[in-house]
Design a protein. Structure first.
Lengths: 260, 478
């Protein structure tokens, strides 16, 4: 696989007071791949994610996306360049309809400015109508057909997860970050979701980076797996390599599991 | 009872129709628009007959008019002509017409129990101006969810813009741009009010941006405290501005007065019969009311358009969940600053108009209380809902101007007390707010979305991390 590098971190580090949450991690996501980030609880995965989307500013190190150094930029700059994300604990705009949620996601791709919005110029009217129809398509693509007028919080758990993905897709990302997308899903939903992620890459040409705990998901769809423990990267490789890696087994099951 | 009246009325209606050769069946084959129009005409006819029978604007006629309005207007809300949804404008248009006609029927209005007479025209003008300010604050508090305790600063800025550009404050200058009602050779800037209003709005919006840039990085309580600070700074500058580095900018505690009255000038007066100068008119309160109403209508228009736009969605998204909004690509600072500037714009226009109505800008008008007062209007009416905010503004400014003293007089006369009710004004507003917050925290006429947020709360976590602040770090459960 000779792909271009889409996302790269160089010695990325995050300290909270004396605690090192992410410890000098070098990391690469090749374009068009599905990469998983795994690790025991508290390993620093979400902190790492938050630095990749600008929510946290790294203490040291750099984040390079599609050849541009985005270190220290605000979150919207990351989104504008093409990084979309979902959240570990669903963070929809709960009191907006599904359609409005997706429309908010399109914010960076729309142009309507204050005065144009007041005057409702033909350009803005056209843009809004266009955005609405694209939003409906996205909802349908994400399996939320005929749910556009539902209020976010009234959707079922699985639908809320799907809406989060639809909202992230609305930002027209090149790289989609999914933070534990299958958490709380039953095996059937998980299976469907795994298929959906594959479809994202196949039909939309997306690169996907996901944090995941469900090993069947990770081993099933990932091209590469990176393992974090205590903030540091302890292993990297194909799913098969990771499954056999002793440090990984040790991190998950303790030293006793390895020596016995 | 109500059903029996309704069935009697409809029986009479079908009887009358079949006399005219229209059976029930044939009537229903007519286009909907025609049926609606016929019905509306009949209703208006009934109203006119009743008014003629009972004499103009007598209480009973008034009651019937109110009943007709309440029954008929809502049934036209879904009306569409072609692809235009006319129906949604029916209620606002009716409200608009009622206010426009107010000066004509005010004198024949009956006394209301406890509250006494209907508000005077000058009170109505104040109610309109406060509506506009409350709608301006609604951009910040209602839409974007940012607590602003210093809104009075924008009001002051607008008023002083009118003071500077429509009075003889700057005696060293002389520039006359469309001013009316002045003798030749006056000193200072004298701009037409129609220039001063947008100028005041824009200048205030710029001040809003200047205040907003350092302030809006803060969140929640911190933001409220800093805006409170700015709300105190600007009026203090006005109060002590009679020698800013030796220059008299604001005329200090005496304020700037007189400020030129509004008007259209003699050319428009002769050609279009618009009033040349408001202050020389016999019914100048009425003209001020109409002008204020036009300004309110403009504010409502902008509120509606912005609410349904990309920017409005971004404001609501920020209000609901800042982190998610940022992750969806909404630039937080810029978007918040826009809401602040938009709110400031309307505050400034309202301030300038009020100054020209009162013919003066006095620093004592710009106390912290006014900020809280306007905030109360927004909270009482229902944050984020345009009609709720207007209701809150009208109700509270009415209480402030007349209501409380009327109620006090009634109380003293009927209950034998000797209480000067208006003295307890702010205590009473405080009590109103406490009661509203306890029993209906979303306000009297809330937006549905905001009501839900109040019942459930919204995400409020720090977005940008503060270095070395461990409170902000919660290890992720996953």
């Amino acid at each position: 696989m000779a792909e271009e590098t889409l996302l790269e971190t160089v010695r990325l580090r995050k300290e909270f007071g004396g605690l090192v949450a992410v410890d000098d991690v070098d990391f690469i996501v090749p374009e068009g791949s599905i990469v998983s980030l795994i690790g025991p609880n508290g390993a620093g995965k979400t902190t790492f994610f938050n630095m990749l989307t600008g929510v946290y500013k790294p203490t040291a190190g750099r984040v390079i996306f599609a050849g541009q150094d985005l270190t220290g930029k605000p979150p919207h700059a990351f989104t504008e360049r093409g990084i979309g994300r979902t959240f570990q604990n669903i963070r929809l705009f709960k009191n907006m309809t599904a359609l409005e949620n997706v429309l908010v996601g399109m914010h960076v791709r729309l142009k309507g400015r204050l005065l144009e919005a007041i005057l409702r110029t033909p350009r803005v009217r056209h843009e809004e109508a266009d955005a609405r129809s694209r939003a409906r398509e996205l909802l349908e693509f994400s399996g939320l057909r005929r749910k556009d007028e539902e209020i976010g919080k009234n959707l079922s758990y699985g639908d809320q997860r799907r809406l989060e993905v639809a909202r992230a897709l609305a930002t027209e990302p090149k790289l989609l970050l999914l933070d534990e997308p299958t958490a709380g899903m039953n095996p059937q939903e998980t299976l469907e979701f795994t298929g959906f992620v594959g479809k994202l890459r196949a039909e939309r040409g997306l690169t996907v980076l996901l944090i995941e705990h469900d090993m069947r998901v990770v081993m099933g769809i990932s091209d590469r797996v990176t393992v974090l423990d205590y903030g540091g990267k302890i292993a990297e490789g194909t799913p098969q390599e990771i499954q056999k890696n002793e440090r990984v087994i040790e991190a998950y099951l303790g030293t006793a599991a390895v020596s016995s | 009872m109500r059903r029996r009246v309704a069935s009697a009325v409809s029986a009479a209606w079908w009887a009358a129709l079949s006399r005219l050769g229209l059976s029930r069946h044939r009537w229903q084959t007519l286009p909907r628009l025609t049926r609606r129009t016929v019905k509306a005409v009949v209703w208006v006819g009934v109203g006119l007959v009743l008014v003629a029978a009972f004499g103009v604007w007598k209480t009973s006629a008034l009651a019937i008019a109110a009943v007709v309005l309440l029954l008929v207007v809502p049934s036209y809300q879904k009306l569409t002509i072609g692809r235009f949804r006319v129906g949604k404008w029916v209620t606002p248009a009716a409200a608009f017409a009622i206010v426009i006609a107010y000066p004509y029927y005010l004198n024949s209005m009956p006394q209301v129990p406890i509250f006494g007479p209907f508000p005077m025209l000058s009170t109505m003008v104040a109610m309109m101006i406060f509506s506009m300010m409350a709608l301006g604050l609604n951009f910040v508090v209602g839409y974007a969810g940012l607590l602003d305790l210093g809104y009075v600063a924008f009001y002051a800025m607008g008023a002083y813009m009118a003071g500077w550009f429509a009075s003889d404050q700057f005696s060293a200058q002389h520039l006359d741009l469309g001013a009316v009602g002045l003798s030749q050779g006056w000193i200072g800037f004298h701009f037409s009010i129609w220039l001063v209003l947008p100028m005041a709005g824009i200048a205030t919006a710029i001040v809003g941006v200047i205040i907003g840039l350092p302030t809006l990085r803060l969140r929640g309580d911190y933001l409220a405290i800093v805006t409170l600070g700015f709300g105190e700074i600007l009026p203090q500058v006005a109060r002590n501005g009679n020698s800013l580095f030796g220059y008299n900018l604001t005329n200090g505690p005496e304020g700037i007065t007189p400020i030129d009255g509004p008007g259209f000038g003699s050319w428009l007066h002769t050609h279009l019969h618009l009033p040349a100068e408001y202050l020389t008119l016999g019914n100048y309160d009425a003209v001020f009311l109409w002008t204020a109403l036009a300004l309110v209508a403009l504010t409502v228009f902008c509120s509606v358009r912005l609410r349904d736009s990309r920017l409005g969605r971004a404001w609501v998204a920020i209000r609901e969940d800042e982190v998610a909004a940022a992750a969806m690509g909404i630039p937080l600072m810029r978007t918040k600053t826009w809401s602040y500037a938009t709110g400031a714009f309307f505050g400034g226009v309202a301030g300038a108009f009020y100054a020209s109505y009162k013919s003066g800008a006095f620093p004592d008008d710009f106390f912290f209380q006014i900020s809280v007062f306007i905030l109360c209007m927004v909270i009482l009416g229902g944050m984020g809902n345009i009609w709720g905010v207007i209701f809150g503004a009208c109700f509270l400014s009415y209480l402030d101007r007349e209501g409380l003293s009327n109620v006090g007089t009634w109380m003293n006369n009927h209950l034998g007390t000797h209480v000067n009710v208006p003295l307890y004004e702010f205590g009473i507003y405080g009590a109103i707010i406490v009661i509203v917050m306890l029993f209906r925290p979303e306000g009297l006429i809330p937006s549905s979305r905001r009501a839900a947020e109040f019942r459930e709360g919204v995400h409020d976590e720090p977005l940008y991390d503060v270095e070395h602040d461990e409170r902000l770090y919660t290890p992720e459960p996953g």
